[in-house]
Ligand binder design. Structure first.
Ligand SMILES: *Cc1c(COP(=O)(O)O)cnc(C)c1O
Length: 397
């Protein structure tokens, strides 16, 4: 093709895509899976999707609700842009249970999952010159969307020595008149931490002083099993405007169903009776179902935490109390032939067929993110493999 021609027809993609692709957890996990291929059975401690295990199957109530809605033939049409009213009403009601005021259906926007909630809001916030404050470590989809939309990112740290609380001094120092929002993920991915009421209040007060919106990613809402109960950021909706993200994906173990929401906190609203699949899923799921999941997560996090304690080259500064993840610090100096976290994960995949996410993928080099949401026997097996790997690669004293 001649130069002139290629110029005329040449297609130039959004350059933000290049940056965005470097934030892909899936890309990293695929690289590790490829490295592990052909070896013994692979145990995947890399991604947060326990729905593959029979013990984490969603509740029958949720399955029936969707099956009935499908067979009713009443939900085959295009839905209104913001989502059908009964679903929005049910989500408003579900979230209002934990708030000092009632949300209205008008505060709720349906999305095809929490990832799409992030897409939508980031693209709305990305006016020229604006910046957004993101946690480090964090959930890299925020960085990817910001890059795609040319929204500047500024990182504040989560502090392991303070149970992964937000470094609020850093937030104050980073923010300026072009800062539009501060993002928190609570319960935390990747740290498995749960913010207490007092800390959330301080975040709200800081955001108010700075005049910025708080975006609360609560996709792991209620998935807590430690001393801190889950408190939604919306509790501080009268201090500071809050956009809350959530979805069915994690609490109901159905990430493939793609149903999420964006909620604006608004202390007014009147709720009515509801119908359809979402109202049944949100309204009728029995506590037994949630309790069983939480019990399994509690046991799994204990197993994971205890095995980490018994392995020399990795330490966990904060025991996880929520979500499905634990952040673990890698002590490279104790290892013979391992360069960094990515090298560790690659060799672990090759030699032991265990997949773990390198911390660099979530913003912290030489850390690891381990998912403990899996069958306990596989988890124990995986942690044993990690232990023998670490022993084999330990420096001789
Ligand atoms: C899994 C996850 C999401 C995406 O949730 P979906 O509803 O499956 O799109 C968003 N934010 C965080 C922090 C997550 O871990």
């Amino acid at each position: 093709m001649e130069n002139g021609e290629s110029k005329r027809w040449g297609f130039v993609a959004n350059q933000g895509l290049n940056v965005a692709s470097t934030f892909s957890i899936r890309g990293t996990l695929k690289m590790l899976m490829d490295a592990a291929a052909g070896q013994r059975s692979i145990i995947h401690l890399g991604q947060g999707d326990p729905s593959v295990f029979p013990c984490f199957r969603t509740s029958q109530i949720a399955e029936d609700a969707v099956a009935d809605a499908l067979r009713s033939a009443k939900f085959n049409s295009y839905a209104p842009p913001l989502g059908i009213l009964p679903a929005r009403r049910a989500i408003a009601e579900y979230l209002s249970n934990d708030l000092p005021y009632k949300l209205s259906p008008d505060d709720v926007f349906l999305t095809p999952g929490c990832k799409q909630s992030i897409d939508v809001v980031v693209s709305v916030l990305a006016r020229p010159g604006a910046n957004v404050l993101l946690p480090r470590p964090g959930f890299p989809h925020y960085e990817a969307c910001a890059a795609l939309n040319h929204l500047e990112v500024r990182h504040f740290d989560l502090l392991p020595e303070k149970g992964w609380e937000v470094d609020l001094d850093a937030v104050e120092a980073l923010a300026d008149e072009n800062s539009v929002a501060l993002v928190i993920v609570n319960p935390g991915n990747p740290c498995g931490n749960v913010f207490n009421y007092q800390h959330l209040e301080k975040i709200a007060e800081t955001a108010r002083r700075l005049g910025i919106l708080v975006i609360a990613d609560e996709v792991y809402g209620h998935l807590t099993f430690g001393s801190n109960p889950f408190v939604p950021m919306g509790v501080f909706g009268s201090t500071i405007p809050v956009l809350t993200f959530g979805s069915l994906s994690k609490r109901w173990m159905v990430p493939g169903w793609r149903l999420g929401w964006i909620v604006t906190s608004d202390p007014n609203g009147i709720l009515k009776k509801t119908k359809g699949a979402v109202p049944r899923i949100l309204g009728n799921t029995k506590d037994d179902f949630f309790k069983k999941i939480i019990d399994m997560f509690t046991q799994a996090s204990e197993i994971c935490y205890e095995s980490i304690k018994s392995i020399d080259c990795i330490t966990c500064p904060v025991k996880p109390e929520g979500s499905m993840f634990i952040m673990v610090k890698l002590n490279i100096s104790l290892l013979e032939d391992i360069k960094d976290d990515t090298d560790f994960c690659l060799k672990l995949a090759k030699e032991e067929s265990v997949i773990v996410l390198p911390g660099i993928s979530v913003g912290l080099k030489n850390w690891l993110r381990i998912t403990f949401a899996m069958e306990l026997s596989s988890l124990k097996d995986a942690m044993e493999r990690v232990r023998s790997f670490c022993q084999r690669h330990a420096k001789q004293q």
